[in-house]
Design a binder for this molecule. Sequence first.
Ligand SMILES: Cc1cc2nc3c(=O)[nH]c(=O)nc-3n(C[C@H](O)[C@H](O)[C@H](O)COP(=O)(O)OP(=O)(O)OC[C@H]3O[C@@H](n4cnc5c(N)ncnc54)[C@H](O)[C@@H]3O)c2cc1C
Length: 391
Amino acid sequence: KTPSIKHDNVIGHYLDLYAGYVAEGEYRKNGSSGGFGTWIAVQLLEKGFIDGIVHVKACDDSDGILFKYCVSNTVEEILGRSKSRYYPVELSGSLNEILLEDKKYAITGTPSVIMEVRLLALKNKDIDKRIKYAIGLVTGHHKSAKYSDALAWEQGIKPGDLIKIDYRKKVDGKLSSEYNTEFTGYIDGEIKTFTSQSGKSFVGDWGHGFFKSKVSDFTDDTFNETADVVLGDAWLPQYREDSRGTNIIIVRNPEIAEIIKDGLSKNALHLDNLDAQTICRSQSGLIHHTRDELPYRLHKKDKANLWRPKKRFEASSELPLIRKYVQNIREKISTKSHTKFKEAVERDDWSYFERSMKLYVIQYRIAYTLIRIRSKTPADIIKFIRKKLLS
Ligand SMILES: Cc1cc2nc3c(=O)[nH]c(=O)nc-3n(C[C@H](O)[C@H](O)[C@H](O)COP(=O)(O)OP(=O)(O)OC[C@H]3O[C@@H](n4cnc5c(N)ncnc54)[C@H](O)[C@@H]3O)c2cc1C
């Protein structure tokens, strides 16, 4: 056990908690959030802790797969593979590649991937020897590949014609959460590029929960608990104002803690120390989803006599009625989005997808608005209604 390591029921183990960004170089500009994910990978390589990193690259292969896990062995390769990819990525090819040589690696991943690698390392000594550091990402949704197809189709690029997608392009003067998504693809035989504002697109509104895979609804690992360092977005008012993006950082590994302290002493990083409560506040929606509301989703599976994974929480039907309703409608949205999209593709008709999903989305919005109103004081409610009427 690492001396002086602390434990929080939600965050898991931690040495240090921060919010901030990389102040040197182009890391922040080129990263999805504060750029720390790429910075720490470069530091580990340059300081000789690793020989390479297993992470995710954009592809333009003819197989139509837009992103894949890959192994980067140089600083240039690492720098060219920053940014969040909201896309399913498969790991076996990269694991086989790192088994070829006796070298040390870091890996980036969602909580389920990092946990799987940890379990594999318990069984496979070579994997254990190779993978020295896990850089975990906080992960709200695991999207299917159809999420990207649908985002692009909404902009006019048909499924199969999307060549490139950048999910998060920062926009000067906007909130960090108001990023754009950029698509490049074929329209009538010509290559065109479009951008859409994430929250404004029908598919891109994460609240709607389109194209989620089931793992998103059955994980209880909010903060990638088995990773050496964890990165997310600082979704807090004091950081959201800055369109350039700010990370939350949970440090569990003493070597990474030292690298960060060295970076701070050289002004390469700009970080604020946070307490556990503030880290949790930055991900309050995700905490509700992975902890408070999970027992109800487990209960639903049990009641329907369906298989579900064993979790640290017991199944329970105890949830306020309106929250149960939101869970039910969210499940419908994510399940129906897969089938209705398939039907829309068969009909070659995007509007069929929007029409089929709209009713569920309206039900979700009404229920969610009721929840928000219930949590407000009368003065807040008047302010809220006035804002809605004026907008
Ligand atoms: C699917 C997904 C869902 C997320 N959900 C949330 C959320 O709900 N809340 C939140 O606060 N943060 C979430 N994040 C994390 C957030 O989007 C940023 O990735 C994180 O803050 C790091 O930003 P950065 O600028 O420091 O990293 P960057 O400097 O941009 O580097 C990101 C690193 O992660 C690698 N990477 C990108 N996509 C993947 C992937 N799918 N699997 C494995 N490695 C990848 C890249 O190759 C790169 O090495 C999510 C990320 C992903 C990939």
